[in-house]
Design a protein around this ligand. Structure first.
Ligand code: SF4
Length: 516
């Protein structure tokens, strides 16, 4: 028999390790739309459309190139509903002499794939996903004996490994990290060129119909669907970013403007995570923009760090920390996720706008995710499992390997500080500085407690107070307690009472939003 090559929905890359060196007449490629994957959490409608449409386009591209592709649509008769079930059907049908598959990104799937050797009467080869720049053993070795695994140091290793922005063995421009130049608040009238949106073609329209029909109760809207679903479209999106937005990407990467959902962000994460764009190539293009004088070093370094630093790091951190990361809850947060995360119905304007963007685009940029939506979940003490489910559901670029470290460790500090040096807790002041949200908000950001006060203000102190034992010893955040201690008793009590009152007013969400 032939070699059976299953290709997963986020492995849409022509030179995938399992295809490299294979001959077309000796290979059957298997691609599967399965119910289990579309519903293990109830993904945003745009996310399912994106993945299925990109898969269908990729299958067509492979067939045009002469490959044999066994493509199982969601509605195919006898669709077994899971990868393992579909691989079993394909084994029956094609009697392969071996299965070659690239390792899945998610731990849950790896457990399944590891059973295949016992289940199927052929040789199974699970190959490393070499679309990443680092290797797992490289990371594991680096992490060994470190109590804290700071991204910054791993990132420097990746800079050396790739040679990106290196001047001999020194960082280009003298600094490894130019983040201090990347915190500009939005100035009045800040306006970014719009990213290209891609009109759904016949394939995408068919998938949209399928999703409306079969996943109608999932979160999110489809009207604005415009994600790249092919490599050509993804490259067009990258071209637009490098031509129009990279210059301002750095300085304004933390800025938020009401109704301006993308600002100068690249919006390329969905394409990178699907496999439509090569991360290293993008970094090389960014470096070239700096060398040609078209973008400042802080923009280019910031972009490169997101990819070879943060993205690589969270991938490896995930595999290093699974499966316990999923259950981590160092701050013992037990409150249910508020309903407004799904409905957007809250008077807190920063949250409402971030949730609206999430619903309309299956996207929000990193400061909305970290410092608005995430900061609120941290301060309010929302149960990590529910927050994790929410992020995994709502973002088109979210796969567990990238979502979990970001949410559990970075946003919620649920790993107790292995990843982050401190919890990223902030009061309304930070949001006011970095956005134009507060001016028209029902709450007053300058009011600290009582009726009409910005809820982030009392929540901040409530959080700091209830985690004093743990956080007081933290060099990066511990100093805050001298401010707290200097307040008079009545003021402190006001903060705590206001926070309690606000927390009591929250309505918890129905769990059916996230899981069936
Ligand atoms: Fe958000 Fe508070 Fe500003 Fe309102 S006042 S937008 S709740 S930070």
């Amino acid at each position: 028999g032939p070699i059976l090559v299953p290709i997963l929905g986020d492995q849409l890359t022509r030179d995938l390790a399992s295809l490299r060196g294979r001959t077309k007449d000796d290979t059957v490629i298997l691609m599967m739309e399965v119910w289990d994957e579309a519903t293990y959490v109830k993904h945003h409608k745009q996310k399912i459309v994106l993945i299925f449409s990109a898969m269908r386009h990729f299958a067509e591209e492979l067939r045009d190139a002469g490959w044999t592709v066994d493509y199982v649509k969601l509605d195919a008769k006898d669709n077994a509903g899971s990868f393992t079930g579909e691989v079993a059907r394909a084994v029956e049908e094609h009697s392969p002499r071996a299965i070659h598959v690239v390792e899945p990104g998610e731990w849950r799937l790896r457990q399944d794939f590891d059973q295949w050797a016992d289940k199927f009467p052929c040789e199974i080869e699970i190959l490393a996903d070499d679309r990443f720049i680092s290797t797992q053993s490289e990371f594991d070795e680096w992490a060994e004996d470190r109590k804290e695994m700071r991204m910054e140091y791993f990132y420097r290793e990746m800079r050396r490994k790739t040679g990106l922005l290196m001047d001999g063995d020194k960082p280009e421009g003298g600094e490894w990290n130019y983040d201090s130049e990347n915190r500009k608040p939005p100035k009045e009238g800040l306006d970014a060129p719009e990213r290209p949106l891609f009109e759904p073609d016949a394939i995408t329209c068919e998938v949209i119909e399928l999703v409306e029909d079969r996943f109608g109760d999932h979160f999110g809207r489809l009207e604005k669907f415009g994600w790249p679903v092919t490599r050509d479209e993804a490259e067009e999106a990258a071209d637009a970013f490098f031509a129009e937005r990279i210059e301002c990407f750095g300085p304004y990467q933390d800025a938020m403007v009401h109704g301006q959902d993308d600002l100068f962000h690249s919006m390329l994460s969905t394409s990178i995570n699907l496999g439509l764009l090569d991360p290293l190539e993008l970094c090389q293009r960014a470096e070239k923009a700096y060398k040609n004088g078209r973008a400042p070093i802080n923009s280019v370094e910031g972009f490169i760090r997101q990819i070879i630093g943060w993205r690589e790091y969270v991938r490896r951190f995930y595999w290093h920390q699974m499966p316990h990361l999923q259950k981590a809850n160092a701050l013992n947060a037990q409150r249910g996720l508020p309903e407004f995360y799904w409905t957007g119905e809250t008077d807190m304007r920063c949250l409402a706008d971030s949730i609206r963007s999430t619903r309309d685009n299956a996207h929000a940029h990193h400061i909305q995710r970290l410092m608005v939506l995430g900061n609120f979940a941290l301060l309010a003490g929302i149960n990590p499992r529910e927050v994790q489910d929410w992020y995994l559901v709502v973002y088109a670029d979210a796969y567990e390997w990238v979502e979990l470290p970001n949410v559990a460790a970075m946003i919620l500090y649920a790993d107790g500080g292995k990843l982050a040096s401190k919890p990223y807790a902030a009061s309304g002041n930070y949001i006011n500085k970095m956005s134009d949200y507060c001016g028209d908000c029902r709450y007053s950001v300058s009011k600290k407690t009582g009726e009409g006060a910005c809820p982030f203000n009392p929540l901040y102190w409530h959080f700091m107070d209830r985690h004093r034992d743990r956080l007081e010893k933290n060099a990066r955040i511990g100093r805050i307690y001298s401010t707290w201690d200097r307040m008079d008793e009545a003021k402190r009590q006001d903060y705590l009472d206001s926070a309690e009152e606000f927390l009591d007013s929250l309505t918890p969400a129905d769990s059916a939003w996230a899981r069936n």
